[in-house]
Design a protein around this ligand. Structure first.
Ligand SMILES: [Zn+2]
Length: 359
């Protein structure tokens, strides 16, 4: 392996995983939670008579309402950086033809572009609130599951997070549910308000998020990952079809085409928000070691993606699900096991299918 500082960086964050998540329509669902249930009843009665629970519910309501509004360049990012199939999924969800959907998105982007993006500005605020992309749909932990936050995993062990994250589909709750159950929600509002835990820089915890903002991140990540995939699998014909509209570039050699694809993914990854990490130093066994903190799982996935690109790792298509995974041993045919699991769930599902077919 060539020298690469990404391989030497330490990261020690743990991620809290909740047992169960679900989508919620509107924000009234927050009334159902037993926020601050960890406080002894006597304390609740004597010190916090003014419904401490309600305070937490209001905190989450306010923050979830504002999440979309505070997300800068939402329409521009979605218009220019999303994978095409993700936009089609979004249009399907809205039950409008893709062409019409794109026209609305373009119009919103123009208004956004001509605004100052200041939340204090009434015009901008109104545009954001009334945007057809401001979905009143949220994703989060169920009231029952919030009482039980014991499962964690370490990012250091989550080698396949970036390939698993690419399996998410826009407005496909089954894929989101599956990912979150194993890795925790990939992104959201990080706060412990009302929960029985204490957050510090070493832990990641996302109980709730806005579906619109999350889906935008998925759509962009999937596009970036698609480029990673076609580069690592040397899918030259696909790259040619994406990079060049005409046959005029037919004289370029395959190596040149891959080279241009690498330039292209570099420009895609140069977005400021892709690698939003903070640094720290640890003192271990007599020497200082540099480390980084990630702000969410997309951040971490981009870090893994950059690392995989610069180490030029081998990828392979899984025999069960067809997605690509990072090859860590020669005879590997399936996606690797998920956190806290010993065996590959793709391998087990594949074997089960074989057994059924034999019957
Ligand atoms: Zn698989």
């Amino acid at each position: 392996m060539k020298k690469n500082f990404l391989n030497d960086l330490h990261f020690k964050q743990e991620v809290y995983v909740l047992e169960d998540y679900q989508p919620f329509e509107g924000l009234d669902f927050l009334e159902k939670y037993h926020f601050n249930s960890f406080l002894p009843p006597s304390r609740l009665d004597s010190y916090l008579p003014l419904s401490n629970r309600q305070t937490s519910a209001n905190f989450w309501k306010k923050n979830l309402e504002e999440e979309f509004i505070l997300d800068e360049n939402f329409h521009r990012d979605l218009l220019y950086h999303a994978l095409e199939t993700s936009l089609e999924n979004w249009a399907n969800y809205k039950q409008i033809p893709t062409k019409e959907f794109m026209a609305i998105l373009k119009k919103q982007q123009e208004i956004e572009n001509n605004s100052n993006q200041m939340i204090e500005d009434e015009g901008y605020y109104k545009m954001k609130v009334n945007s057809p992309f401001n979905e009143q749909l949220f994703f989060g932990v169920t009231p029952e599951a919030m009482e039980n936050i014991e499962k964690t995993y370490s990012l250091q062990d989550a080698h396949s997070l970036y390939t698993e994250l690419a399996k998410l589909e826009v407005f496909d709750f089954r894929s989101l549910y599956r990912f979150s159950k194993h890795f925790g929600m990939p992104y959201g509002i990080m706060d412990d308000n009302g929960f029985d835990l204490y957050l510090d820089g070493d832990t990641l915890f996302f109980p709730f998020c806005s579906i619109a903002v999350l889906n935008k991140k998925i759509a962009i990540y999937k596009r970036d990952f698609e480029w990673f995939k076609i580069i690592q699998t040397k899918n030259v014909s696909k790259i040619r079809s994406l990079l060049y509209n005409t046959d005029a570039q037919d004289n370029l050699s395959d190596d040149d085409v891959i080279d241009q694809a690498k330039e292209h993914i570099t420009s895609l990854l140069s977005r400021l928000d892709a690698f939003n990490v903070s640094m720290y130093v640890d003192y271990q066994d007599g020497s200082f070691v540099p480390g980084v903190w990630f702000s969410d799982l997309f951040n971490f996935a981009y870090f893994q993606l950059a690392k995989a690109l610069s180490n030029n790792i081998e990828v392979r298509e899984c025999d069960y699900c067809g997605h690509i995974f990072e090859v860590t041993h020669k005879r590997q045919r399936f996606c690797p096991p998920l956190p806290n699991r010993k065996r590959s769930s793709c391998e087990m599902a594949y074997n089960n299918r074989l057994k059924k077919e034999k019957k």
